[in-house]
Design a protein around this ligand. Sequence first.
Ligand code: ZN
Length: 426
Amino acid sequence: MQVHESTIVATPADLRIDGARLWDSLMQLAQIGATDKGGVCRLALTELDRQARELFIAWAKEIGCSVRVDAIGNIFVRRAGLRDDLPPVMTGSHIDTQPTGGKFDGNYGVLAGLEVLRTLADANVQTVAPLEVAVWTNEEGSRFVPVMMGSGVFAGAFTLEHALAQRDREGVSVRDALTAIGYAGESGKPHTVGAYFEAHIEQGPVLEAHDKTIGVVQGALGQRWYDVTVHGMEAHAGPTPMELRRDALLVAADLIHAVNRIALDHAPHGRGTVGWLDVHPNSRNVIPGRVTLTVDLRAADDTTLTAMDAALRATCSTASEKNGIAVDVEQVVYFPPQPFAAELVGAVKQGADRLGLSSMDVISGAGHDAVYLARVAPAAMIFVPCKDGISHNEIEDARADHLEAGCNVLLQAMLDAALKLGSAPA
Ligand SMILES: [Zn+2]
């Protein structure tokens, strides 16, 4: 057999991924941890996670990729470049899921990356810069906290030691879980990344509502999470007249409305959610004496997020004065808004245009591994629609033609980036 090795001088606009092969691989991977309702339960660093990792690595080796595992269990499969000293163009995502997760969240980004490498292998296309596909450990944060653990360590958001010491509800540490499944890899400084792309289902309803195939992700919303505690006074529900009560839940109810209003006041990207309540003593005939609620505020820029933070704190202190009870506000998480690299975002848009695909600019409301990668490398994301915008649910679904389209955009964008990196002086 004669092999023609063509070096890329321009991104071949006619090169296409194999959509059926991508779909088949997604369905095969989804068998590992498959649930009765058609979803996937594959928690991080479990036996099922190990099986999924093995399958992915076997697929990567079939096309001649080398494999490396780092100390937090991130997997990097690599297709060598002509100038292998150049920092790689990387893509990737995660293959751990929520307990009632779907087939596409994370898995799509990993297998779209693999499909790009398979397509290049089939076509004997050699890139100048090397290409890598990463599988990031414990993105979901369901078994171990913090979320986006592997990419967080890689990007230096927190230390390896901090991550390894975290424990699940059974008391098993990340360190022991990694060793148990054989994925405690080499330690050492994370390698330099030339460019990072991540394809992902949107996990929201915007693309579907606008009937667009490709979401050109401009960045990710910043987030502030709080624990708010309202201190009232428990008393008997019968003998205590209404005007003499200090009902913590009643004040909390006002706060829930206020959080919603704060988000609406900061349209279009402001978000405000109270997702969890703890009512004490939570008894039918006792006036609630203490309520703790979680508040999740998000915005596209820090000025807005700061204004929302101020509004929340003002609301809480007004509620405290008006009702004569203490309201404590404690911020527990802060993720700054993360804009993506203009050049890479442009490559995604260009890829969609070149392929004749409908697209629109979107912003990611959720955290993703790409958000951490953006701290250490130019990064961008490609969203494709998912059915009814539903994710983190066993019924999560996406159309094969949309997944194929997003993967083709990924191919174009990665080749563009590899070409740019390759044209830098040696
Ligand atoms: Zn995900």
